[in-house]
Design a protein around this ligand. Structure first.
Ligand code: AMP
Ligand code: ZN
Length: 138
């Protein structure tokens, strides 16, 4: 537990939250500034800053839990879609530096846009990036 981390405190139950699910590893609670009805956050109880330092076991458990919570959101709120968003570092919109995954139910006409218009890429550049990343991942 990191003393100056709000999500460590929420996960430990030291700060109240609208919790919808809790087990020994995770707390899932409704976002206090919801983008849509049912916007919630999956938060591991252990402190990880972001995806770069998340361990493989926790990463797997996060996604397994995401399937369970997503089905509950669909069943209860009858949403028309659902986005999974996970922000890392300030530039990408991370504002709480304790790893968390957003589950954002979507509704017809909600007007949210997460990915702008996509255009065909430069295949030469895509090829160079592919080679660099394959080398890194060997
Ligand atoms: P991010 O920008 O990806 O770091 O997301 C942080 C999220 O945490 C935002 O959507 C905030 O609205 C949400 N948030 C911050 N403080 C609280 C809190 N005390 N309870 C519930 N959600 C919170
Ligand atoms: Zn923390």
């Amino acid at each position: 537990m990191k003393d100056d981390c709000i999500f460590c405190k929420i996960a430990a139950g030291k700060i109240p939250s609208s919790t919808i699910y809790e087990d020994s590893h995770f707390r899932v609670f409704l976002d206090i500034n919801p983008l849509t009805k049912g916007h919630c956050l999956i938060v591991p109880k252990e402190h990880f800053t972001n995806i770069y330092d998340l361990d493989a076991e926790t990463a797997g458990k996060v996604f397994t839990l995401a399937t369970l919570i997503s089905r509950a959101l669909k069943n209860v709120l009858k949403c028309d879609g659902l986005n999974v968003i996970q922000n890392n570092e300030l530039l990408a919109g991370q504002s709480v530096f304790h790893f968390h995954m957003h589950l954002i139910p979507r509704y017809k006409g909600d007007g949210l846009i997460f990915m702008g218009e996509q255009k065909p890429g430069d295949m030469e550049e895509i090829g160079k990036i592919r080679d660099l990343l394959r080398e890194e991942l060997q």
